[in-house]
Design a protein around this ligand. Structure first.
Ligand code: FAD
Length: 426
């Protein structure tokens, strides 16, 4: 192991990225302390997806026994027009030949299962809630993290560690310290209303649905099978606005108002899904703007680095937000194992992960795997006799396969099956 000092590794943020980082580093033999701003880790959010390469890493960490029963593993991704006509479908996860499934799960459930594993394996004494990072610094032989007891507070506790891994999300204090002029996230004028309905299985109950085009889109997928045969069905209703300036700081927990967005979806009653009825059946929604940040030149500064959304916040399309945070955690673990000098190990992690994730941020700005839906709307806004007249399978495959390569989950790349933490970074 690289770090000869007795100082623990400090992981800031107990989101998906921070918890998996802590589990991965602990698994590799490091002492870890985790610091979370909230007073309690609560099961927040709605649906989230994990791609097969991230699931491979969770498997290597022995976490699938608890995660798979709490999730749905989709076997198909299907694109539809705004009228519900099929554009394209492709197999996903095991059905596509991967050794690991794609996993659709409630974010809160994922976080709670990871938290439970942290408590069992690392211990409650090493999870420090009510610790909001306000500053951090790097020294020759250690790093320091400075915490307030709440957001906006002043430093009340400083902790010494061998390194600091800041997984403190899109409003990362660690990133703001390195990039003080960055300001608010960038918004692309789209608003998302995310919700969870309880519904009978849609189609075969294992299909992710993407319908519409960049101006108006509906995404839906089940995240849990319920005992009564119904499913917890996650949906995202998305509308592009004419606004360019975000009136409010984005917040995953901001409640949505049905009247704000239901109007344009009233006509989306397909023979296989009544979209407005499904939306109305949810107890509520969360409103979230489509935001990201520009890729930066560096994540690692001395003995401190960024991970997950603090490092590469990206539009929540293409199922990459949590997946890439998990890959970060595993590469970081491998770098710290193979490179004795912690500063050099963090630099190696930076070089390994920053360009790869920066490419996904940019691909998502170009609509990522959703591009074919945009092309169909542009070419045939009033419908078509045959989808083959509008777009060819080859054109769609070029987009979807290209995105799989960018995001690192092309089938060939995973065929060897080795965990990223087991690769050599020397
Ligand atoms: C409340 C919430 C709900 C979400 N819901 C969804 C969803 O429904 N679907 C989806 O696809 N994605 C959702 N996301 C985003 C998704 O979790 C991330 O894109 C992805 O999992 C990467 O995770 P992360 O750990 O890097 O960041 P995050 O999941 O954002 O976790 C960051 C963690 O750091 C903590 N934190 C922030 N600032 C500080 C600080 N200064 N000091 C200490 N701790 C700090 C936060 O409280 C949080 O626990 C949500 C994120 C949050 C925070």
């Amino acid at each position: 192991m690289s770090d000869v000092s007795d100082d623990p590794i400090l992981v800031v943020g107990a989101g998906i990225g921070g918890l998996v980082t802590a589990l991965s580093l602990h698994d590799a033999g490091h002492a870890v302390e985790i610091f979370e701003s909230a007073d309690e880790v609560r099961p927040l959010g709605v649906g989230i997806n994990l791609l097969p390469h991230a699931v491979r890493e969770l498997d290597a960490l022995g976490l699938l026994d608890r995660l798979l029963p709490a999730s749905v593993q989709p076997s198909t991704l299907a694109y539809f027009t705004k009228r519900g006509e099929p554009i394209w479908d492709e197999p996903r996860g095991l059905a596509a030949g991967y050794r690991w499934p794609q996993v659709s799960i409630h974010r809160g459930s994922l976080q709670q299962h990871l938290l439970q594993a942290v408590l069992e394996r690392i211990g409650a004494d090493h999870l420090h809630t009510g610790h909001h990072l306000v500053d951090l610094d790097s020294h020759d032989d250690h790093a320091m993290a400075h915490f307030a007891s709440r957001r906006g507070g002043t430093v009340e506790r400083s902790v010494r560690g061998s390194i600091v891994v800041a997984a403190d999300g899109i409003h990362s204090a660690a990133r703001a310290k390195r990039y003080p002029d960055e300001g608010m996230p960038r918004w692309n004028s789209a608003l998302l209303w995310r919700g969870l309905a309880t519904a009978p299985p849609v189609l075969d109950g294992r299909t992710m649905i993407w319908a519409g085009h960049p101006q108006q889109k509906f995404i839906g997928y089940p995240v849990a099978d319920l005992p009564d045969g119904r499913q917890a069905f996650n949906f995202i209703a998305e509308l592009r606005t004419d606004d360019t300036v975000l009136a409010e700081r984005e917040d995953w927990n901001r409640p949505g108002v049905l009247e704000e967005f239901i109007g344009p979806f009233e006509g989306w009653r397909f023979d296989w899904l009544d979209v407005p009825a499904l939306i109305r059946s949810a107890s509520g929604t969360f409103r979230f703007p489509m935001v990201d940040r520009d890729p930066v030149e560096r994540w690692s500064f001395g003995r401190t680095t960024l991970l997950g959304d603090s490092a590469h916040p990206m539009y929540p399309i293409g199922s990459n937000g949590a997946s890439q945070a998990i890959l970060d955690a595993r590469v970081l673990t491998g770098c710290l194992r193979d490179i004795a000098d912690p500063v050099a190990a963090l630099e190696r992690y930076d070089v390994e992960r920053r360009p790869a994730t920066g490419a996904i941020v940019l691909a998502n700005r170009g609509l990522g795997p959703e591009l074919p839906m945009s092309l169909v709307e542009q070419r045939a806004p009033d419908g078509f006799a045959s989808i083959g007249d509008v777009i060819s399978p080859e054109e769609i495959l070029e987009v979807t396969e290209g995105y799989r390569r960018t995001a690192g989950f092309a089938l060939a790349a995973l065929s060897e099956g080795r965990s990223l933490a087991d690769l050599s970074y020397a």
